[in-house]
Design a protein around this ligand. Structure first.
Ligand code: MIC
Ligand code: SF4
Length: 644
């Protein structure tokens, strides 16, 4: 039996386990990336592990999220990351150099290698045939120290793309179509591989848009083969030497198959507040638009920006629209400037932002009350823009640029001829914004500003775990609900005690207070609890508030790993009807918790007693031996310390 693309890469990097879907395997990590909003914590944890020098082939720390410097906090974190990385052998991508995923695929990604990033959109590098996975900061810290990365061996999905995209449709429409078909929970426990004759027409930046937004499916990762298109891209980046061909074997077996005829796709749009609420642009054309944001790690390549500039050329942004454009990297920005496309954007009235995440994560450009904002980003979760009453729609750069001119959601076919843009034969390569680590680490003093506070570390699991139901939530709760991020909160990513005061407040403002009053307790969630970001803070803030367990209908992959890494029990209802029975402030107790957790490894249910209502119910704790060890120890750090 042949192998799929990702099975080949996993096989090459396999350290333990059997490559059978559902089994835990561990792999060697070649490269890591961090960004600043999760990076500060990842490096604090790396320091706590105590490995002097990273053991990966390459590790890069990017500064791209917290670039609004409205106080000293973000700048302090930048300095900490710059010095800690210099000391420990990590390259430092300075603020201004661009969004981590865009820069990484341009300058560092290598087909066939593994990449672990403390950001859920790390799979972007799957666009060049890299096995790129998003994880919590602690997992990345362990990988930097040379430790294995554990995943549940995913199922394999093949999406065959046939034919060529029709005019005015682009890569964003492909991934929106996939989201429409599979939904935001459809990729959980799966790797999505792309195949078909349509691939030859898709450039690397287009492929990267698709793998990037595979994160919104909940997939472990997404990947394209490494082929001639990949080779041409790497050559244009002056990196042809890292190219190798990687493709699935003819007889590779997939668990699921989807086919999309690209020629039939229409321009699509995801409605508020979920990336899978997809309809055609035509269906909702005419809605008045207040803001358009073009950029983010999904759609900020030179290719995208050139299309936008071509559409804007000679027009003026509609008087009722604010158009913000953030090129994805310094390379993109520079090339836009040199070819004159930037001048076309400026002349049209675009507000040019620095090369960073910016509006995507609510760092500025929060729209007005009740605004309609069209964005090329990957997420339109509730309140993420910083304006809770705003409606965020996700679209391609083409649809975004057209709406910026017309002032209403417009089917671009009604606008005119589509722009024709080609990829350059060579990109402007200049890595002067990447600082190499110090050759003499003993000389480097790690600078810690006053904003950097110790992070909470759990204690060993008690024999009796008890507490009240502190909140009961619906399906698809995102990490943006659990630990909101915006310009006011992001500066505190290295200050968990402060952040904890905002935990789950988009769902219930009183939650932090209630958790504190009751000395912690349980969170009850619906399906796909914790989808979205890799932010560990969505586990650390509950830990700070004394949360002992989350009982949900199901969990998103990265968040579940983050809970276990921090010693919080992630339990799922054996019978979903038990979700309905639980009442707010019901008092729960897990007796013989340590023994029950140990027995869960062999598939035994964990019995939870509802003391208030007087009944027992069964939950599932789907963990491996290793994860059991972590839960007993009170998290990965304790577990690692105990064993070293
Ligand atoms: C996001 O898109 O939500 C982020 C901000 O990039 C996160 C990381 C974070 O929360 O800092 C992610 O996707 O992992
Ligand atoms: Fe940055 Fe947005 Fe991409 Fe997250 S999704 S890495 S916030 S641009």
């Amino acid at each position: 039996m042949g192998y799929t693309i990702s099975q080949k890469i996993i096989k090459d990097h396999l350290l333990s386990g059997e490559m059978k879907a559902g089994e835990e395997v561990s792999i060697r990590i070649d490269q890591t990336l961090t960004q600043d909003s999760t990076g500060t914590m990842a490096y604090l944890q790396f320091e706590a592990i105590g490995v002097p020098r990273v053991k990966t082939k390459l590790s890069v720390a990017y500064i791209d999220h917290n670039t609004l410097q409205t106080g000293f906090e973000n700048a302090d974190d930048h300095k900490y990351i710059q010095t800690v990385t210099s000391k420990h052998g990590i390259r430092f991508s300075r603020p201004g150099n661009g969004v981590c995923h865009q820069v990484h695929i341009e300058r560092f990604g290598v087909p066939g290698q593994t990449l672990l990033g403390s950001d859920s959109h790390t799979p972007t590098c799957g666009g060049i045939g890299m096995l790129a996975i998003g994880a919590g900061g602690l997992d990345v810290a362990v990988a930097m120290g040379g430790g294995p990365y554990y995943i549940t061996m995913p199922k394999m999905v093949r999406i065959t793309l046939k034919n060529k995209l029709a005019p005015w449709t682009s890569a964003k429409d492909i991934i929106l179509e996939v989201l429409r078909i599979m939904t935001v929970k459809g990729g959980v426990g799966k790797i999505i591989e792309y195949a078909g004759d349509g691939l030859e027409f898709l450039t690397v930046p287009e492929r990267a848009t698709i793998t990037n937004m595979g994160a919104e499916l909940g997939a472990t990762t997404s990947i394209f083969p490494s082929d001639d298109v990949t080779k041409a891209f790497l050559k244009a980046q002056d990196r042809e030497d890292v190219w190798t061909e990687i493709k699935a074997d003819e007889d590779a077996v997939y668990d699921e198959e989807i086919e999309i005829d690209l020629s039939t796709l229409k321009p699509l749009i995801a409605k508020p507040h979920m990336p899978d609420q997809v309809v055609t642009v035509k269906e909702i054309a005419g809605i008045k638009v207040d803001q358009v944001c073009i950029g983010s790690c999904t759609n900020s390549s030179l290719f995208d920006m050139l299309k936008v500039a071509a559409i804007l050329k000679g027009h003026t942004v509609n008087p009722d629209v604010s158009l913000a454009i953030a090129p994805g990297s310094k390379q993109v920005f520079n090339m836009l400037a040199e070819c004159g496309a930037l001048a076309d954007m400026i002349a049209a009235g675009a507000r040019i932002l620095e090369c960073a995440c910016g509006p995507c994560i609510g760092m500025g450009q929060s729209p007005k009350t009740d605004a309609v904002s069209l964005r090329t980003n990957n997420r339109n979760f509730y309140a993420r823009s910083g304006t809770a009453s705003a409606s965020i729609y996700l679209v391609s750069p083409e649809v975004a640029a057209v709406a910026a001119i017309t002032g209403v959601i417009t089917d671009p076919a009604d606008f005119g001829e589509p722009p024709v843009v080609t990829m350059p034969d060579s990109f402007k390569v200049n890595d002067n914004m990447v600082i190499m680590p110090s050759e003499d680490p003993s000389e480097v003093e790690v600078v810690r500003g006053p904003n950097i506070k110790p992070f909470p570390v759990n204690t060993a699991l008690k024999d009796e775990v008890d507490g009240k139901v502190l909140i009961k939530l619906e399906d698809n709760i995102t990490t943006d609900h659990i630990m909101p991020s915006n310009s006011k909160l992001l500066p505190f990513r290295s200050n968990v005690p402060h952040l904890a005061n905002f935990c789950l407040t988009p769902c219930d403002e009183k939650f932090p207070e209630r958790a504190k009053e009751n000395g912690g307790g349980f969170i009850v969630g619906g399906a796909n609890y914790g989808q979205g970001s890799s932010r560990e803070h969505a586990a650390l803030a509950p830990l700070q508030l004394g949360i002992k367990g989350v009982i949900a209908v199901s969990f998103a992959r990265i968040h579940m790993a983050n809970l276990i890494n921090n010693g919080i029990l992630p339990l799922t209802f054996k019978d979903a009807a038990d979700y309905d029975k639980l009442g707010m402030l019901d008092e729960l107790i897990i007796r013989d918790a340590r023994a029950q957790v140990e027995a869960a490894v062999s598939g035994k249910p964990v019995i939870v007693t509802n003391k208030t209502q007087g009944y027992d119910f069964e939950t599932v704790l789907a963990i491996s031996e290793r994860q059991c060890g972590m839960l007993l120890a009170g998290g990965l750090l304790n577990y690692t310390r105990e064993r070293s």
